[in-house]
Structures are given as structure tokens and as C-alpha cells.
Design a protein around this ligand. Sequence first.
Ligand code: GLN
Length: 272
Amino acid sequence: MNSLQMSITIGWLYPKLMSTYGDRGNVITIQRRAQWRGYEVTVLPLDQNSTADDIKSVDVIVGGGAQDRQQEIVMRDLQGTKAEAMRNKIENGTPGVFTCGSPQLLGNYYEPGFGQRIEGLGILDLVSIHPGENTQRCIGNLVIEVTASRLAEELTAMLGTKPYLVGFENHGGRTKLGTVEPLGKVVYGLGNNGEDGTEGAFYRNAIATYSHGPLLPKNPFVADWLIQTALRCKYQQEITLTSLDDTLATQGREAMLKKLKVSLPNVVSTKV
Ligand code: GLN
């Protein structure tokens, strides 16, 4: 089967409620980079009008950030068969990228600065607690080295060099990981909690991160990993993506690293 006969469906979690700080850019990046290679792409919003079958039908999942109030609305909707469908998708290896408020929902619980604890789906073994409105938010540029072992290995194979991600964080909640593996270690910024040097989480093929930016246009090789993983899972065959010209994205990353005075052993360029 060639790329012209293959398709992917991107499931976009609650686009109207969960897309702060331009996180919809992650959806657009996956969509365009797959289309440029000749794959047919459908974007399916997964929201209050969707069913568990809609969730079951997607090949890659994108969840953005949200304010505390919106997170509560989403968690009220994401119950029963829908919650079960999400759990099964992630457990079965459907790839996804979940930013900020989304990982908080996939975790065990999120405690807002005031008000009731919001129970999470318990898919990622982590908890998030907002220490209160008088505590400083974690805001600013973020650079991490991906250390989650399988992901780091696969990205290194794609790039020919260690994978670093450049992003921007803006969160009040502090996340503490349980048994789940961190996505990476903080090189610049605060990450999960500003204390233990971890950033995000990686479970099965789900990438959880505090990096907005949005993440994928700044780090397009992660979008390619998601596309490649989605196609491999769906078609059960080896998929190698053709390379794209990412000169501008690479220059953007280099400019940010220079501005932050972060010098990495090898600044990554995108080549699949
Ligand atoms: N409500 C969460 C927090 O402040 C998530 C914010 C976000 O998604 N940007 O921690």
C-alpha cells in the first residue's frame, strides 16, 4: 500500500474548551505534514457531541491546554464509555500529544487553586496540584532533553542526534509523577514542578508535556514521530516518511536556544 491509499484521523479533544496558547497548531502541524506526504487526513473533534465510537475511530489524539473551569467541564463530559474508550486507545498504543491541562486530566487528579479537586482519568500515574492563587505561575520558555527511553531512542534514530524540545510553559499546577516515566529533563525552564527537573510524561505512545508553543511547529520531528507511529499502528507495516524542508523551523529553534543562551551538544535538524 502506498501513501496515496493511506489515511489518518486526528482526534482533537474539545477544540472549543481546550486550545489555549495556540495549541491547535499541533493539529494543523500533524495535518499538513501528513498531507504533504500524500496521506489523506481527517480532523475529528472529540467533544460533547461525540460518542465513544468516535474516540475509538481515531488514529492519533491531540489535547491542548485549558483553564481550570474548562477542565472541569471536560471531565464532567469524559465519563463512562467515553472515558473507557480513551483509556483503551492510550493503553493500546494510539499515539497522542497532550499539553498542559490535558495531561492533568489524564492523570489521577488535578487540584485547582481554589474549589474542588477534579478527578482525572487515571491513565497516567501522576497528580497535579495548584498551590493557590498567591503562588507564582510557571511561565516562560522551556527547553528539555527527551529522556523517555523508547521515544528518545526513536527520535535519535530519526534525527541522528539527541532530541531536545523547545517550547513555552504557562501553568499554575505542579505535577508530581508516580510510576510514569518523565518525557524529559529540564534544560531551561521549570517543567513539571520546578523542583525535580522532570518535564512531562511518556506512556505507551502518549506524549504529555507542559510545552505550548505550540509544541509541534517548533519541533516538527515530534509531529513526524506521531504520524509514523499512527500509520504503523493502523496499517501494521513499516512506514518511513519522506523528508521535508524544515529550514525555517530549525532556524527558529536555533534562534530561541541562542536567546536563552542554551548550548546543546548538537542542535537538531529535521530529517526523517
Ligand atoms: N489549569 C492548568 C494550570 O494552570 C492548565 C493550564 C494550561 O493548560 N495552560 O495548571
